[in-house]
Write a protein that binds this ligand. Sequence first.
Ligand SMILES: *Cc1c(COP(=O)(O)O)cnc(C)c1O
Length: 392
Amino acid sequence: MKHNGRFGQFGGFYVPEVLIPALEEIEQAFDRFHNDPQFVADLNNLYANYAGRPTPLYYAKRYSEYVGFQVYIKREDLLHGGAHKINNTLGQGLLAQYMGKKKLIAETGAGQHGLATATVGALFGMETKIFMGAIDVERQNLNVHKMKLLGAEVIPVRGGTCTLKDAINDALRYWTSHVDDTFYLFGTAGGPHPYPTIVKHFQTPIGIEARQQCLNQLGKLPDVVVACVGGGSNAIGIFNSFIPDNTVQLIGVEGGGRGISTGHHCATLCVGTVGVLHGARTYLLQDQNGQIHETECISAGLDYPGVGPEHSHLKDIGRARYVHVSDEQVLDAFFELTRLEGILPALESAHALAWISEQKGKYPRETVVVVNLSGRGDKDIGIVEQHRPLNR
Ligand SMILES: *Cc1c(COP(=O)(O)O)cnc(C)c1O
């Protein structure tokens, strides 16, 4: 391959030999098209007129009063599909079109990436197969139904623990025998090179817009930028534009679940160790023998035992700080934003908000914090109701 796909000691492409030509083909196509004027015009048209970019940067006045400093919300929840995921699937879907591929495959855990891929499959008229753990198919039947409505085939995966990591393994396995006509549309800024670079690129409009919106609205950069981290795509999308600005603190928030000591969590960067998973060297939740731990936290979208390699690097060089919050804090934050601002956040995004609420009264009044609201909470109302039923 032309680039080694390394972020310090992390990243790379630890995949079976047969996949190297397929990854090389995507790397070459990305190198060729991502700055091509026609590709950029096509993608910007889709971002603006299909997905709804640019998204607003909203000053949350009542939430700011509550925490005691200034909070600005980047509204990715307002995009088509209700989350940032469409930025990536439009970008990779268009790349697949430019490469002349006829079919898409993707993995999904909670179903959000599967849904965003099925959406572009319909948009571009491409045959779409979604690999999904059999347990997740059961748990997420509304998303499975939506994917089918959009014309995608949902393939239940029955290996291992029947969840996301097994769905990725099966999608990679299927791809090895269908590389000629099939594009693997990967869902987060992880996996083998070139995916971490490609997914970051297609998510960077978040940070480019947020940085300019801060300059326009405030005349200065923020002090802190916060995002939740599952695989790390929405976080790297907003962080990337601020990395050169050393005065801006970058905070990635992971799922602390029921507490780190209970073992029920998804805090890969906070407590993981270095290893190789799904083609990349990165921090992982694993035991001494390299067996992957089951993850568990309140938001299915953060439930992944690995993390994008660039975050591992940003952690090691100290440019970003990674923290965790508990399920209870996340539920509190869900209600705080809902009641103070009239915005129902996705439980993933509520992790970033929970960290902000934890800083209540700890920053000077004039401190400016930008939070990436990666998605809307409609999909999570059932889970919230289970944990915190409304009085009837
Ligand atoms: C999938 C998802 C996430 C987690 O994925 P990242 O790649 O870490 O961004 C976060 N928020 C929402 C709303 C999601 O759907």
